[in-house]
Design a protein around this ligand. Structure first.
Ligand SMILES: Nc1ncnc2c1ncn2[C@@H]1O[C@H](COP(=O)(O)OP(=O)(O)O)[C@@H](O)[C@H]1O
Ligand SMILES: [Mg+2]
Length: 431
């Protein structure tokens, strides 16, 4: 079969790579893809925008595409699934109604409260004055969230009341576009963040291995927020007991409440959790798609053919599938970023050493890269991810760093401490 993957990041390269490992998958087309998907065997890029639904639909119908897999949240929130399904295509990813769980934090908060899913205590406001007086009454630290998709820039963890009030003003002054109609204000939680991505067909929901990412640009988890500078799986902090609880208290409740709203949610439901030192956890947010860079550490450990799981979700047969099979051991990914990221950075720098990193046994998942005639050049802030796997975290992390040391481009930056929380941890032996 032929599969079309929508998106152009490291996540989509990992999805294409994993799909091509299945005997059933002959070809993958990435829209628009990147330098990595252009270099993959049996994979090609198609230069269309991710929200060109008509173009994607026409191509898919004319080229016998059996399955469309949607990576990013923006086309999902705009209704790509509804559009393509109406044309008779099989699509992995929720409809527009389902994607609200990520696209509106206010809607998601109300849903969690209604379903009694553990989440930070919070309230939704439609104007600045009431929001500010709530902040005053609660005191700092406190968290202020713009409502809509804000590319990871809509949340302020405010250390002071003044900071929170400034964030409220910025939101209502339209700094986040349509994300500026509501604001969610919630209590500030402490602990460790974990991403639990789950596959669902709307009836059954099954978690993938839990992952942790490093969001800050600097070592020791300091400095500006980024799209993610590295990740590892399976996150030991999400113990089997916690995962069992997440299944009952979060994932199953979410699917049940969506059903009561007549939302038939099929695809990935991603719960971003904060786990307190005592093991209690709360949901920070839901996403409606695979995480980036979590996907780059989860998929290399997956044994079950990915397209079988995806099609089972679309055809509502997930409950009939055998348990998801995983390789034992651990995986880690390190992101190489352009100098200056997440601020201003340059593009077009020649990248060398990718072949050597592959020969060293690591996976190189491209993100912001472009294939020119003979060369791969940088084309974004997060440029590529080097993923290592191993029998434990120390080996997986050492492998990822051995791989990234082969790679060079002008201004290249990466964190040297990815996985610092799990170093020396023997791994989970999840196999
Ligand atoms: N209630 C909270 N308490 C503490 N930190 C939070 C809280 N909510 C969010 N954060 C922090 O802000 C980050 C971004 O918030 P999140 O809700 O995940 O929104 P988004 O990913 O859309 O930016 C989280 O990863 C977490 O570090
Ligand atoms: Mg988040």
């Amino acid at each position: 079969m032929k599969v079309l993957v929508v998106g152009s990041g490291g996540r989509e390269h990992a999805l294409a790579w994993k799909l091509l490992q299945s005997k059933q998958v002959e070809q993958v087309v990435c829209v628009p893809g990147n330098g990595g998907t252009a270099s993959l065997e049996r994979c090609e890029n198609l230069a269309l925008a991710v929200d060109d639904f008509e173009g994607i639909s026409r191509y898919s119908l004319q080229n016998n595409i059996s399955l469309v897999v949607v990576g990013p949240e923006v086309p999902l929130a705009k209704g790509i699934t509804d559009y393509l399904q109406n044309k008779g295509l099989m699509v992995f990813g929720p409809t527009r109604a389902g994607a609200q769980i990520e696209a509106s934090k206010a809607w998601a908060k109300a849903l969690m409260q209604e379903a009694k899913i553990p989440t930070a205590k919070g309230a939704v406001f439609t104007e600045a004055k009431a929001a500010k007086s709530y902040v005053k009454s609660q005191g700092a630290p406190i968290v202020v969230k713009a409502d809509g998709l804000a590319a990871g820039k809509g949340v302020t963890v405010a250390a002071t009341v003044e900071q929170a009030q400034a964030a409220i003003d910025a939101i209502f002054q339209g700094q986040f576009g349509s994300a500026g109609e509501f604001v969610v204000i919630e209590e500030c939680l402490t602990g460790q963040e974990v991403s639990v991505l789950a596959l669902t067909d709307g009836l059954t929901i099954r978690p993938l291995l839990p992952a942790q990412d490093h969001k800050r640009i600097g070592e020791g988890d300091t400095g500006d927020n980024t799209g993610g500078m590295g990740a590892y799986a399976p996150a030991p902090i999400a113990t089997p007991q916690i995962m069992e609880c997440v299944q009952k208290e979060v994932l199953e409740k979410a699917i049940a409440i969506l059903k009561t709203k007549n939302i038939d949610y099929r695809g990935i439901l991603y719960a971003g959790l904060m786990i307190a030192p005592d093991g209690n956890f709360k949901v920070l947010e839901f996403n409606c798609r695979f995480g980036d860079p979590e996907t780059q550490v989860i998929l290399p450990l997956l044994e079950t053919p990915l397209e079988e799981l995806m099609i089972a979700c679309v055809q509502q047969r997930l409950g009939d599938m055998p348990p998801i099979a995983w390789k034992g051991g651990a995986s880690a990914t390190v992101v190489a970023a352009a100098g200056g990221y997440p601020g201003a950075y340059e593009k077009g720098k020649v990248i060398t050493g990718i072949e050597q990193a592959l020969s060293a046994g690591t996976n190189v998942f491209h993100a912001g890269t472009k294939l020119l005639t003979q060369q791969v050049v940088t084309d974004g802030g997060r440029v590529l991810n080097v993923t290592g796997i191993g029998e434990n975290f120390d080996r997986a992390i050492a492998s990822a760093y051995a791989g990234i040391k082969c790679i060079h481009f002008e201004g290249m930056y990466y964190r040297r401490d990815i996985g610092h929380r799990v170093m020396g941890n023997g791994g989970m032996g999840n196999g």
